[in-house]
Design a protein around this ligand. Structure first.
Ligand code: RIB
Length: 307
């Protein structure tokens, strides 16, 4: 039965520094607080899908160090299957997250073991691929691994959500192999050469990306919501963000993707899946850390029912 979700992506040990404002170039400044948590776009998206009740496998790589052990144990604690996470002789990936008091974040990532992932590490996935309905990919691993995974997904008839984050050179041909591509404004700017600032520009960006990559496209716009356009649709749809007070927006986009995939597996169309996804993000931004703030099904549905 095709009822499993496979996320292949990064696991990062996130270090959070809370600041009253972001430092200027050349400035040293004192953080108000520090905290640590399990992160990485791949792991975050896997955790959100698992928190909602899906059967989720996370494949990726960590180092043979304490951080790697902690990350594997943490995601396993959220019911994510970690059997396909490789251990490498390089340090585990790191995320340094500077969080401003209004929830805005700036994130710097150390590639670490995530970028030591090799094609040979993907071979064991063939055991579960026949049962995978959706594969979820991001770009915090080598792009040639993403390319290989897009081909494997086609071989096993798995649908793919490709989150172009962080943006990296990737061929149009490879993008076209995904069923859904997801961008934020910065990622849209990278691939299109312009940043969608208004709703109309966001709609135009959807059309430009769809015409180029020939798939369903979603652009998340932070506090301004999200827009989406199905491959064969004439009109884009706008999904407003819920008016929640943000504490830390880390992982909001990851929560959106995990939530979107959950809703798609339950038969919702893209627009409705994005509406459910925005409820997941709305919960996630209300607490510090990514995985630790993500909603379970009851929390997400409580918000969704009120829309
Ligand atoms: O999307 C948020 C994530 O980006 C953080 O957890 C950090 O590790 C980086 O991967």
């Amino acid at each position: 039965m095709k009822d499993k979700i496979l996320t292949v992506g990064s696991l990062n040990y996130d270090i959070f520094l809370t600041v009253s404002r972001f430092p200027e170039e050349g400035e040293s400044m004192i953080a108000e607080e520090a905290s640590f948590s399990s992160g990485g776009k791949g792991a975050n998206q896997a955790v959100q899908a698992a928190r909602l009740g899906l059967e989720v496998y996370l494949a990726g790589a960590v180092g043979k160090d304490g951080n790697g052990k902690y990350l594997k144990e943490t995601v396993a604690g959220y019911n994510v299957n970690t059997a396909y996470i490789a251990e490498k002789d390089v340090p585990t990936g790191l995320g340094v997250v500077t969080t401003r008091r209004d929830g805005a974040v700036k994130i710097t990532v150390l590639k670490g073991a995530n970028f030591a992932l090799e094609k040979a590490d993907l071979e064991p996935l063939r055991e579960i691929l026949p049962e995978v309905s959706w594969m979820i990919l991001q770009m915090e691993i080598p792009t040639e691994i993403d390319e290989a995974l897009l081909d494997m997904a086609a071989e096993y008839d798995c649908k793919v959500v490709l989150n172009a984050a962080p943006p990296a050179p990737f061929s149009d041909e490879a993008f076209r192999k995904a069923d859904i591509t997801v961008f934020n404004e910065t990622e849209a700017l990278y691939y299109l050469g312009y940043r969608p600032e208004t709703r109309e520009e966001a709609y135009q960006a959807l059309r430009d990306l769809r015409d180029r990559f020939h798939n369903d496209v979603v652009i998340t716009l932070g506090k301004d919501g999200a827009v989406c356009l199905e491959k064969n649709a004439d009109e884009p749809a706008f999904i407003p963000a819920l008016p929640m007070k943000a504490v830390d927006t880390t992982g909001a986009g990851d929560s959106f993707i995990g939530g979107m995939v959950y809703a798609l597996t339950k038969g919702k169309d893209l627009e409705e899946a994005c509406r459910f996804a925005s409820c997941c993000s709305a919960v996630t931004i209300q607490g510090y850390g990514a995985q630790v703030s993500m909603p379970d099904l009851e929390q997400a549905e409580a918000l969704y029912k009120k829309l």
